[in-house]
Design a protein around this ligand. Structure first.
Ligand code: ATP
Ligand code: MG
Length: 409
């Protein structure tokens, strides 16, 4: 996978950017608030057609451009996969009500649904917040699974987006039902069906990814922890998708998680539907859907101990790093091509040992783009081999490394 060229117009603080990128390593150095994260965000946006940072596309359009009579944002990429060259472009245009933006996606100049663009450019993105993956909120861990699965499997992406739409419809209905009970039971059945159909696929795929991550990450983790500790990543769904709900249980899966060999979406669908049915009166009382993949979590365990509660900060970081590196392996195997590795200023978050492991990965991937505030995080050989850019105020320039001498020390 080689991102050969990136063009941005009015994307955050990039008013205009035309950037050709070589294979291998590109290092982008800049002070705070100059555009390091924005650059990697833009690349991830082209891979997944959504921002890893925000759900509101309107935030992405350059503030000044918003005052234009016809404000728009455009992102385009030229991606080499094997001997194929693919052109991706996305334009964000004001929608009919002026507040929202609509997305226009094109692949090789032909209009496509945004979801159909996903999976052409594969990326693994590692951000400072990912260092806190283990201890952070569950939503962050769900997004982590979604980011990989969406790129690997367009059907997952579609199911997830339909699931989320159906979920907000069902929740709206539940809120209404609290007031006019039973009237709309028929409608509820419709949304239950939609949820269980799309949700079953989301659950089955997540469970597949978590098992795969666990196997790979535990190897990485053994290395990082000097062979002392064995990491397991477990899927913690909000109900047990392998067992029909029993009348008395609240449906929640155990805290130690589940790991089935393979969950088939058809089987999960029936169990999820039964779960929604048996939880209906509680859902109505709460005015929202209490079970489903929107409440999923994953846990990072050493033995039976969830590192979220019991791990030291160092242990949590090691687990997060092992899992990110595992993601790179799995995406490579399952996607058939090594993804573009994007590291957003994570070096300063890691100690020397973990930093070295991450730097090792930079040697084995065909292309990586790495941002930093400080050249000194990289050794002389790496700096010598890399394309070095400096970012300031949304502009990229070749870096004049006064620090070259400094790093030779
Ligand atoms: P740090 O080292 O602090 O992480 P960074 O280089 O990663 O900094 P970015 O997150 O890329 O910084 O943000 C760069 C600048 O872009 C910030 O000053 C931010 O306020 C600005 N910015 C964000 N959204 C927009 C937008 N829609 N239009 C214009 N500027 C924006
Ligand atoms: Mg940043």
């Amino acid at each position: 996978m080689h991102l050969r060229h990136l063009s941005l117009v009015n994307y955050r603080n990039y008013v205009r950017l035309e950037l050709s990128l070589p294979a291998g390593l590109t290092l982008v150095q800049g002070q705070n608030a100059q555009g390091k994260s924005n650059l990697l965000e833009a690349i991830a946006f082209l891979a997944t057609t959504r921002s890893p940072r925000t759900a509101a596309d309107t935030e992405l359009i350059n503030w000044l451009a918003r005052e234009d009579p016809y404000p728009y944002t455009r992102l385009a990429a030229e991606v080499q996969r094997g001997d194929r060259l693919e052109q991706l472009d996305i334009t964000l245009l004001p929608g009919s009500n002026g507040d929202t933006f609509r997305k226009q996606a094109r692949v090789n100049s032909i209009n496509r649904r945004a979801l159909d663009m996903v999976g052409i450019l594969l990326v693994v993105l590692f951000r400072p917040e990912d260092v806190d993956l283990v201890a952070g909120p569950p939503g962050q861990r769900r997004r982590y699974l979604d980011l990989s699965l969406c790129q690997l499997d367009p059907a997952y992406c579609r199911a997830l987006s339909e699931y989320n739409k159906a979920l907000s419809q069902r929740n709206a209905l539940l809120r209404g039902l609290r007031e006019r009970e039973r009237q709309a039971a028929q409608q509820l059945r419709f949304w239950d069906e939609k949820l269980s159909e799309t949700g079953a696929l989301v659950i089955a795929r997540r469970q597949w990814l978590v098992n795969a991550l666990s196997a790979e990450a535990s190897l990485r983790h053994l290395d990082l922890s000097g062979g002392a500790e064995r990491l397991h990543i477990r899927y913690l769904p909000s109900f047990d998708p392998g067992q029909p709900p029993s009348g008395r249980s609240n449906g929640a899966a155990s805290e130690t998680g589940v790991s089935y060999a393979t969950l088939a979406p058809e089987g999960v669908r029936a169990i999820f539907a039964a779960q929604l049915h048996s939880g209906r009166s509680r859902d109505i009382a709460a005015g929202l859907t209490l079970h489903g993949p929107h409440r999923d979590d994953i846990g990072f365990f050493l033995g039976d101990r969830n590192l979220r509660n019991f791990g030291s900060r160092g242990q949590q970081r090691t687990a997060a790093l092992a899992s990110k590196m595992a993601e790179l392996d799995i995406m490579t195997t399952a996607g058939g091509v090594t993804p573009l590795l994007l590291l957003d200023d994570v070096m300063s978050e890691l100690d020397a040992n973990r930093r070295a492991m991450l730097l090792d990965a930079l040697h084995i991937v065909p292309q990586a783009i790495v941002t930093t505030t400080d050249w000194r995080h990289f050794d002389h050989d790496l700096l010598a081999a890399a394309l070095k850019l400096h970012v300031q105020d949304g502009q990229l320039h070749p870096a004049a490394l006064q620090s070259e001498g400094m790093t030779k020390r």
